[in-house]
Ligand binder design. Structure first.
Ligand SMILES: Nc1ccn([C@@H]2O[C@H](COP(=O)(O)OP(=O)(O)OP(=O)(O)O)[C@@H](O)[C@H]2O)c(=O)n1
Ligand SMILES: C[C@](O)(CO)[C@H](O)COP(=O)(O)O
Length: 227
């Protein structure tokens, strides 16, 4: 039977948030962001175990008090990709090559067990794994060439997490990526090996909290859960 593990990179500094503590520990409706994120996996009956990657010097993780079913790995790296690769290597003895790993940003606290189940069900046995993503709904402008251009939005998606792959495929993809720090998500590394991860429609509530203005939006979605 397939087993599903969550790997949560939580070793960032949150430079764009510019807060006094790393953004994954900022309170959202009074609860640290990372605790909201862990809650989605704790409530999912599909997840065998959750691993959280924090930096070696992290002084905040104890405030989150992860419950059973969560292991903290103090092996965060300089970039998101380094943190994930270090985490994958750290759990080598605890997972099999064909176990599925769901990589999910600590900074996406609006994830729900229903979205986890949707991803797992839609990806099924698809060889290249898959990810939650949102179709682009606005008109897209580009200044890349120097002149203002309008790019057709059809076929464009915004990548979310979780991004799910077999342990062996994800480890190989990240280890072989020519410049891991130039890629911003896990699927990109898997695409470089010639696979085509499946896109599964996510939800706006699964936004990545990046800028100070994202806090109120995340709190609004999380507030709906307690009603
Ligand atoms: N060296 C890093 C950098 C990022 N992350 C994690 O990767 C996720 C997505 O990254 P991002 O939103 O870019 O977080 P930060 O790197 O913290 O933010 P910023 O780029 O603004 O500094 C976050 O959960 C973050 O903690 C990580 O584990 N290790
Ligand atoms: C993985 C990711 O969440 C997909 O949107 C995102 O690429 C990571 O965040 P970053 O801000 O680009 O580092």
């Amino acid at each position: 039977m397939k087993r599903y593990f969550a790997l949560i990179p939580a070793a960032g500094v949150g430079a764009r948030m510019a807060a006094s503590s790393p953004k994954q520990y900022l309170p959202l409706n009074g609860v640290p962001m990372l605790q909201h994120t862990l809650e989605a996996f704790r409530r999912s009956a599909l997840i065998a175990h959750t691993y959280v990657v924090v930096s070696a010097a992290d002084g905040y993780i104890d405030s989150v008090a992860p419950e059973g079913g969560v292991t903290v790995l103090r092996c965060g790296g300089a970039t998101r990709m380094d943190s994930i690769l270090n985490g994958l290597r750290a759990i080598r003895a605890e997972v099999r090559d064909d176990d599925m790993v769901l990589v999910h940003d600590a900074a996406r606290p609006g994830l729900t067990p229903a979205l986890i189940a949707k991803l797992i069900s839609a990806v099924g046995e698809h060889e290249g794994g898959g990810l939650l993503a949102l179709p682009v709904v606005d008109t897209v402008k580009s200044t890349r060439s120097g002149a203002l251009e309008t790019t057709p939005r059809d076929g464009l998606w915004l990548a979310q997490t979780p991004q799910m792959f077999s342990y062996a495929l994800l480890l190989r993809a990240l280890a072989l990526a020519p410049d891991p720090n130039a890629i911003t998500d896990d699927a990109s590394a898997v695409e470089m090996l010639g696979f085509s991860p499946k896109l599964v429609e996510g939800h706006p509530r699964n936004l990545k909290v990046t800028l100070p203005t994202d806090i109120a939006i995340a709190e609004m979605y999380l507030g709906q859960d307690s009603k």
